[in-house]
Design a protein around this ligand. Sequence first.
Ligand code: NAD
Length: 370
Amino acid sequence: MRTRREFLQKITYSAMVLPLLPSWQFGSPHIDSEPYEGPVLRVAIMGLGGYGTRVAEAMKACKKAKLAGVVSGTPAKVKEWQSKHQIPEKNCYNYENFDDLKDNPDIDAVYVITPNALHHDQVIRAAKAGKHVICEKPMGLNAKEGEEMVQACKDANVKLLVGYRMHFEPKTLEVVRMRQNGDFGKILFFQGQCGFRIGDPNQWRLDKTLAGGGSLMDIGIYAVNGARYMVGEEPIWVTAQEMKTDPVKFKEGVDETILFQLGFPSGAVSSCLSTYNMNHLDRFFLNGEKGFAEMQPSTGYGPIEGRTHKGKLTQQHITHQTLQMEEMASIILEGKEPVIAVDGEEGLRDLKIIDAIYKSCHTGESVKLV
Ligand code: NAD
C-alpha cells in the first residue's frame, strides 16, 4: 500500500502540473496514472447542491475514495450525476427510500451535504442503515442534536466524521506542528475573522428553520473550530455580542454579525468575528510569547496564504476536498488517526461553543463551558 508521503508527493506533482492542463482534466484520475491496489471507500453523496458538486469533482483525484452513489430529491439531477460520474441506477436514492442503503453492499459511507437542519435526521438514518457517515459542518443545529448523532453512530457501530477540510490543509498543519513544537512559546492570543457578504435573501442560509441560525452556523464556525486547533486547548468560557444592521434580511434567530471571545485554561484568550455583512474577511492570527502565525486567506478554498515569525508558509496547495476525502478514507478504512480530530465528538465540541455563544448574545453574560 502506498504511504501518505508518496500520496502527498504524487498529489503535489498533480497540483504543479494542473495549471498546464485543460480545465476538464482538473482533479481527473488520469493526472496520476500510478495504479493503487488498496481498499477504496465507496461514498454516496446526499444533497447534490453547490458543495456536493465541489466534493464530487475533487473526489475524482482520490485514490482511496470514490463517488459510488447519490441521494437526491431531484430526479433530473440524479440522471445528470449518473451520466457524469458513471453511477449505476441501483446506487441512486431519494430522501424517502435511502434507508434501503442497508441492503446495498456497494456503498460504504454516506456524505451528508444538505442544509444544516437536515443533518441530524439524515445522519441518524444513514447510521441505522449501517453506513459510515461524513457530515458537513455544522454537524447539527445544537449540542443536543450533536449528542444524539454521536450516540446513534456509536449504537450502529459506524464512524461519524465532520467535513472539517482545514484539518488536513498543509499550511494549517504546519502552524499546528510549530505550536506543538513550542516554536511560538506559550500561546497568548488567537484572532479569527470569518465572513462574507451574503446575497439572495431567499436562500436557505437565511432561513432559521433550515440554517439553525445565521453567519455563526455557516462561516463563524471556522473561527470557533480554528480557535481550538490553533490554540490547542478547549475553551472554558465564552462571551459574545450580536449586531444587526438589516433586520429585514436577517430575521429573528438569523445572526448577521457576532463578535465572540473565548477563554482557555492556560489564560490564552481569543477574539473572533463572524459576519454575513463583510467581504474579504478570512483571517487567522496566533500570538505566543516567542512568535506568531498569520494566515489570510485562512479557511477559504485556497490557496491558503500565511507566514510566521520564521517566514512564509510554503506548503503546497492541494485541493482541500481531495485531501480531505483521501484522508477520511484512511481514517475509516485503516483506522488512521488524523492530526486534528474530525470525528463526531469534535463536531459536538463546536456545537457546545456555538450554543454558548448564542446564549451569551441573549443574556449579555459570560457563559462557562464545562
Ligand atoms: P446548496 O443550497 O448549494 O445545496 C443544498 C442541497 O441540498 C441542494 O441540492 C438541495 O436541493 C438539497 N436539499 C435537500 N433538501 C432540501 C431542503 N429541504 N431545502 C433546501 N435544500 C434541500 O448548499 P451547499 O452550499 O451545498 O451547503 C450544504 C451543506 O454543506 C451545508 O451544511 C453547508 O454548511 C455545507 N458547506 C460546507 C462547505 C465547506 O467548505 N466545508 C462549503 C459549503 C457548504
